[in-house]
Design a protein around this ligand. Structure first.
Ligand code: SF4
Ligand code: SF4
Length: 143
């Protein structure tokens, strides 16, 4: 673009910024706040290890665990959502709300650990082992 055209557009094109607290429109595929569904979470903590920004905290305790998320530290990369095999995490498709104090959007869930799942089907009972081997068979002699 010609420098004079750009200058003209900047001078007469109107404001390019928005007055606080207005938010810009987001595009398709926008990655916003991370949402957590405690009902789907197994407490594997993979999201915690995938989050290099340390926005997710995970504390294990006896019979329960605590999952916390601080949007103030989140870079909205989506690595935690991709790594969650149970789909307990998702991301908003809208801009995060305006907040004025640090930690205002932080949220924390304490979830009871679910009992380990039982095997899908009970294994068939094992065939009864012979209690004694006939002497002839034990010696491998022909009848
Ligand atoms: S949210 Fe997903 S990745 Fe994170 S602890 Fe729960 S099941 Fe694991
Ligand atoms: S979106 Fe990225 S930075 Fe935000 S909590 Fe997930 S892994 Fe961490």
């Amino acid at each position: 673009m010609n420098i004079l055209t750009m200058l003209w557009r900047n001078l007469w094109g109107g404001s390019r910024t928005l007055l606080f607290p207005a938010r810009p429109k987001v595009t398709k595929g926008y990655r916003g706040l991370v949402r957590f569904d405690p009902a789907l979470c197994t407490g594997c903590a993979i999201c915690r290890f995938r989050c290099t920004a340390r926005a997710i905290e995970f504390k294990a305790a006896k019979g329960e665990f605590t999952w916390s998320y601080d949007p103030g530290q989140c870079t909205f990369c989506g690595r935690c959502v991709e790594g969650c095999k149970t789909h307990a995490l998702s991301q908003d498709s809208q801009c995060p709300p305006v907040y004025l104090t640090i930690g205002a959007l932080k949220n924390s869930y304490t979830v009871a650990r679910k009992p380990a799942p039982k095997p899908a089907s009970a294994a068939p009972p094992a065939a009864a082992a012979p209690t004694s081997i006939p002497a002839q068979e034990a010696r491998n002699e022909p009848a």
